[in-house]
Design a protein around this ligand. Structure first.
Ligand code: DGT
Ligand code: CA
Ligand code: CA
Ligand code: ZN
Length: 570
């Protein structure tokens, strides 16, 4: 089975919490807390240690050692399971409320029936708390303020990448439950939206109780907000919500369509069903009360006269009409990407050398990368002036000899100045294989000025692509305002491309702008803006946004082999 030290430590911590709330012996609670700390701080993975080595760990006696062995072997512990059944999870969460220790939590539970944050709130409203032994008006006031402040925190939508990290952990946890036949994360996450409001998890199972238990025991869960027969909702420590629904095999496809959404897509599908005299809901597709499809998505779309629609397209932006006519786009795939045309190195603000980046590109099977460090305007990161740029070309030559299978293009990410001129002279730009031009300062110019600024850069014949065109940073900075249609028109006229920057907090252009670019006949470049070898993996996020924007391989320059790419340059 194998568990990480952190996972083992968490089980011990949870046992300590639950023992504490149920009023267990102080020394026993402390023994589990100490064990959790020992395990967490142990530099070797306990799963690889012999039983006698485990017994030698400080504070780990015979009893704890055999519990660790059971955990490693089976992934769980009878004591933990038993306590989880007895102690409501919301009660443990109350331990973390400032001012509430185990004694007070127990008193609240026994005297006032408080089980979690919600019931604590009701108890405060009905005013019984101040009268409890060991409480008082001051603590009551304190708790009120604390809960009010929790309410005011509107949780932000998570970046897709952060949701993906939670999903990976959730799947790792849930797959330990044998009750789960199939699990899909639906909702905006499956549609690969750039931000995700909450997770909608669908599970096929005949044991909904066991599936709900599995979710509730997910270590990141802070609070259970709803638990019904087939639906359970929890809130994680970071405020993010997970909605779980358990469905039967025969309805799985119908539920998947319904909960993948978008809502607009679902409403449109139901209208089509009605037109055909059918009824579509989250359980299936019915004709005169008889189910004619429901187990899989394809069958339902087919019965509606539609081709199966990739989740990224399900926004009711014309995909249903296209599916009816058999004219869905053949969406870009990750494997179509042949090169990366925006990368940085330690010559400016990258955190890996040119050689490390080239080797990483080679390991990922890229055919070419453009080395596009910053220009001199970005003095903070030692942007390149013409002299240092020429020095970099000598290093490119050397590294190219060592890494022959990835073509290294001499490039630059040149700054677009406030008036639209570029930060390096044209004769220098003319010597480069690839020029990205980007705005990095004064992003909040008036729309007219920004449109002019971009257009002037686009009109420069040496510019191949505009980098991160709107400058937005998800949850941090709004996109700059400009006339996108006008910019697209000039891009088309000049043959200048626009970038889809794949960094998880940029995703710029976004999905909708990708679609506008395609309709305007403007080519895209999908790049990672990698500052480190591990950043190359971010290409996945750029490709997802492009897919949401109906982009096909032919719309993207760096799906082309190198010779074709260079021929297509202006
Ligand atoms: P999010 O969570 O804000 O990022 O976006 P979604 O799309 O995941 O929305 P969510 O979690 O509220 O609901 C998941 C899916 O469930 C949604 O995409 C479509 C379906 N759904 C939810 N509420 C309704 C509704 O009132 N009518 C219909 N037809 N579908 C709904
Ligand atoms: Ca959702
Ligand atoms: Ca939801
Ligand atoms: Zn940049």
């Amino acid at each position: 089975m194998g568990m990480t030290n952190e996972q083992i430590a968490r089980v011990f911590d949870e046992i300590a919490d639950m023992l504490e709330v149920s009023g267990d012996d102080f020394f026993r609670v402390r023994a589990y807390r100490n064990a959790a700390r020992t395990v967490r701080e142990c530099a070797t993975s306990l799963s690889t240690m012999t039983p006698s080595q485990i017994r030698e760990l400080p504070g780990i006696g015979e009893d704890l050692a055999s519990k660790i062995e059971t955990l490693i072997k089976t992934g769980e512990l009878p004591l933990h399971r038993e306590l989880s059944r007895k102690v409501p999870p919301g009660l443990v969460a109350l331990l973390r409320v400032p001012g509430l220790g185990p004694k007070r939590v127990r008193a609240l539970n026994q005297e006032l029936g408080v089980r979690d944050l919600n019931t604590l709130k009701s108890a405060l409203e009905s005013g019984g708390i101040a009268k409890l032994k060991g409480f008082g008006p001051k603590l009551e006031q304190h708790l009120r303020q604390y809960l009010a402040q929790l309410d005011n925190k509107t949780p932000e939508r998570l970046r897709y990448v952060d949701a993906a990290a939670i999903v990976a952990q959730l799947i790792g946890h849930m797959k330990k439950s044998s009750a789960i036949v199939r699990l899909e994360v639906a909702g905006s996450f499956r549609r690969k939206k750039d931000t995700v409001g909450d997770l909608d998890v669908l599970v096929e199972s005949t044991e909904p109780e066991a599936v709900a238990d599995a979710l509730i025991s997910f270590p990141m869960v802070k609070e259970v907000v709803a638990r019904g027969e087939t639906k359970t909702s929890v809130i994680l420590q970071n405020g993010f919500q997970i909605d779980l629904r358990v469905v039967s095999r025969q309805s799985f496809g119908a539920a998947l369509i319904y909960f993948t959404g978008s809502k607009a897509h679902g409403v449109h599908l139901r209208r089509i069903a009605q037109r055909k005299g059918l009824l579509l809901n989250e359980y299936g597709l019915y004709r005169e009360g008889k189910m004619i499809a429901g187990q899989d998505e394809e069958g339902i779309y087919r019965a509606l006269g539609l081709a199966w629609i990739p989740p990224e397209l399900r926004e009711d932006r014309g995909e249903i009409e296209a599916a009816e006519l058999g004219r869905l786009p053949r969406l870009l795939e990750l494997e179509d990407m042949r090169g990366d045309l925006h990368t940085h190195t330690t010559w400016t603000d990258g955190r890996a050398t040119l050689e490390e980046m080239a080797l990483a590109a080679s390991a990922r099977g890229l055919e070419y990368i453009a080395v596009t460090d910053h220009s001199r305007r970005l003095a903070m990161v030692h942007g390149l002036d013409p002299k240092r740029l020429r020095e970099q070309w000598r290093e490119i030559e050397k590294v190219q000899a060592k890494v022959p299978n990835v073509k290294l293009l001499r490039g630059i990410e040149v700054d677009i100045m406030e008036d639209g001129s570029l930060d390096l002279p044209n004769d220098v730009l003319a010597e480069l294989d690839w020029v990205v031009a980007s705005v990095h300062y004064k992003l909040n110019q008036a729309p007219n000025a920004m449109t002019k600024r971009l257009i002037k850069a686009i009109r420069n014949p040496h510019v191949d692509v505009i980098g991160h065109p709107t400058g937005r940073l998800i949850n941090q900075r709004e996109p700059s305002n400009f006339d996108l249609d006008e910019v697209l028109r000039v891009c088309r006229e000049e043959g200048c491309a626009l970038e889809v920057n794949s960094q998880p907090d940029r995703l710029d252009l976004n999905d909708v702008a990708c679609l506008s670019a395609k309709r305007a006949g403007v080519r895209l470049v999908i790049s990672t803006d990698a500052h480190h070898p591990r950043d190359f993996a971010a290409i996945e996020f750029g490709v997802s946004q492009a897919r949401r924007g109906w982009i096909e391989a032919a719309d993207v320059l760096n799906t082309r082999p190198l010779n074709e790419l260079l021929r297509l340059r202006r």
